[in-house]
Each structure stands twice: as C-alpha cells, then as structure tokens.
Design a protein around this ligand. Structure first.
Ligand code: SF4
Ligand code: ZN
Ligand code: ZN
Length: 315
C-alpha cells in the first residue's frame, strides 16, 4: 500500500476513506481534517481562548497537540478524580497529562476532587454505593460541573473535549435504542453557550478512534493505555463492539450513521422539539445553572458525601 500524496510506503490505511498515507502525510492530514471540522461547525476562532479537558488518554492529549500545532490559544484542564483502583489510574493519567504540558511548554490547570470537595470518586463509591454500582453517572456529573465552572472562572471562551467518532456513534446508538429525545437533541459537535453554561465543542467528532490511536502513536505521544477500571463491561464499550462489527463488514458505516443523524437534525427532524428549553435557574449555593428545584445535583451530591462522611466517622 502506497501513500496517496507521495507514493512512499503507507503507514496508515483507512478503508473507510479509501485513503492510505505515509507517516509524514498522515500527521499533516489529521490536523488538516480537524481544522476543517472546526471551521465547518463554527467551533471557535484563533482570537478565542480554548480550554481542553485532558484525561491523559490518547484522544484528549492528541486534541491538545493538534490545536497547539494549528496555532490556537489553548490550555489544558486536568480533573483529579482520585480513581485509585487498578494500576492507580488517576495518578498515572495525571503524570502523563503533566508530562505532555511540560514537554510542550503548555499550561495545565488542575482541580483535585479530594482536596477541593472532600471526597474522591473512589471514596464516594465505597462510602455510598458499597461497590454495587459503577460510579460513571456520578463521575460524569462531577466532570461536567467542574469543566463548566473552571472554563467560566478562568475566562475561557470555549471548552473542547476529545470525543471521537466512535464515542459519538456509540452514544447516538444508545440514545436511539431508547429514543432518548432530550439526549439526541443535545448531541452535536457544538453546544452553544447559554446563560451560565459555556460553549462546548468536540473537534474530533468525525475522526475514528483507530485514526486517533494511529495519530498518538505516530506522533510519539505517551498516553495512558489502560481504560479507567470502571469502564470495563460498560454499555458504551459494548455498543462500540457492535458498531465495530458493522464497520468491519461495511467500511464507513459508523461515519454514515453519525453524519446522517447530523443531516437529519439540520433538515428539521427534531424541529418541533427545538424550542423545548429546560428552564434553568442559578443554584442557590454555587450559582451554576440547574434545572433541579433547590440545590443543583452537584451540591446535593457534596451534601450527601459530607453527611455520609460524618456518619462514617461517628460510628
Ligand atoms: Fe469516570 Fe466511569 Fe469514565 Fe471511569 S469510566 S472516568 S468512572 S465516567
Ligand atoms: Zn506521503
Ligand atoms: Zn450548586
């Protein structure tokens, strides 16, 4: 297989695009594609400041690398979730995020859940769920809350996350199986800002996970190979497996599934729902927007942690 651009030996063959490229041209092609999607979906401009949420994984570190190479003003945000199961997942992912920042001379902002809010994801899971459930919905709530708060507090215009096409297609598949209208409505490359909520963008949403792995490896980015220990057996990994079967038989099927969905929403599939806006009000404790009556879900969770900690200590 030869590189389409220069005829040298190809390093990556993408059946879904009928395209093979050598290392040098592949490392140009991925940033070029990302730039194209940033412009196509109006994600941000070079005049704006961008905060990238980095987990230490291949997608978020590669996204940071790509935006930096494209000349955007981009800092990183690492949230220390304190997941100490497995290989010490959080400690290792933090080390890799910090290493990347130092090597590239970039600024990484850190939030440590244990220090700032009194309990880590692992502790909270042990205290309240006794190992029965996965902490993913809680963890998702924590990450969304902190990402929004820090992006606003530090004065960034936009928050970027490293979701790739496989993430988006798996989420879309799950939401479609349940016809989860509200989630389908919110699933898009750009979620515009709203009162109290920052703009959120996914510049890698059209790039296959396999392509992102190839980018990180060819670029020499050191990232955490292991999944979070709580990801094992998750529904999204199961859906990714199903979609990979489909993709194997029909190269391009994942991309078509996702793009057809975006086109359908553009052509008004959900138009009768588009004015359904949840009425948000500021949380009386922290000021972030919430649809819940009274305190926001994050503040209620923190109250619960404190209550459970006190209970545990008093026994
Ligand atoms: Fe959090 Fe679950 Fe993701 Fe682990 S797999 S980082 S617990 S959401
Ligand atoms: Zn080439
Ligand atoms: Zn709150």
């Amino acid at each position: 297989m030869k590189c389409r651009t220069c005829g040298a030996k190809a390093a990556v063959n993408m059946r879904q695009h009928k395209l093979a490229l050598c290392k040098e041209h592949y490392l140009e092609w991925i940033p070029g594609q990302t730039e194209r999607f940033i412009k196509k979906y109006g994600m941000f401009t070079h005049a704006e400041r961008i905060l990238v949420a980095v987990s230490g994984g291949k997608d978020s570190l590669s996204l940071w690398d790509i935006l930096w190479r494209l000349g955007y003003q981009v800092d990183g945000l690492y949230i220390g979730l304190g997941i100490d199961e497995g290989i010490g997942y959080s400690a290792e992912s933090q080390r890799l995020a910090e290493r990347f920042a130092v090597m590239h001379g970039l600024r990484l902002h850190m939030v440590d859940l244990g220090n700032e809010y009194g309990a880590t994801i692992s502790e909270f899971t042990r205290l309240t769920q006794r190992g029965k459930n996965k902490p993913c919905s809680l963890c998702g709530l924590v990450k969304r809350y902190i990402m929004n708060r820090i992006t606003r507090d530090l004065g960034f215009e936009v928050l970027a996350t490293g979701h790739n096409l496989d993430d988006e297609a798996a989420a879309l598949f799950g939401n479609t199986l349940k016809w989860a209208g509200e989630y389908l409505l919110r699933q898009r490359p750009v979620l515009p800002e709203a009162p109290g909520l920052v703009r959120k963008v996914k510049p890698l949403c059209r790039i296959y996970e396999r392509e992102m792995t190839a980018y990180a490896l060819l670029r020499g980015i050191e990232y955490i190979y292991d999944e979070c220990p709580f990801a094992l057996g998750s529904t999204s990994i199961y859906y990714k497996g199903l979609l990979n079967h489909l993709e194997n038989d029909r190269p391009g099927a994942k991309l078509t599934f996702y793009l057809s969905f975006l086109e359908a929403r553009e052509s008004g599939l959900f138009s009768e729902h588009s004015d359904v806006q949840q009425s948000l009000h500021p949380c009386p404790n922290c000021g972030q927007p919430t649809s819940a009556p009274g305190l926001c879900s994050f503040c209620r969770m923190i109250e619960r942690i404190r209550g459970t900690n006190n209970y545990a200590l008093s026994r």
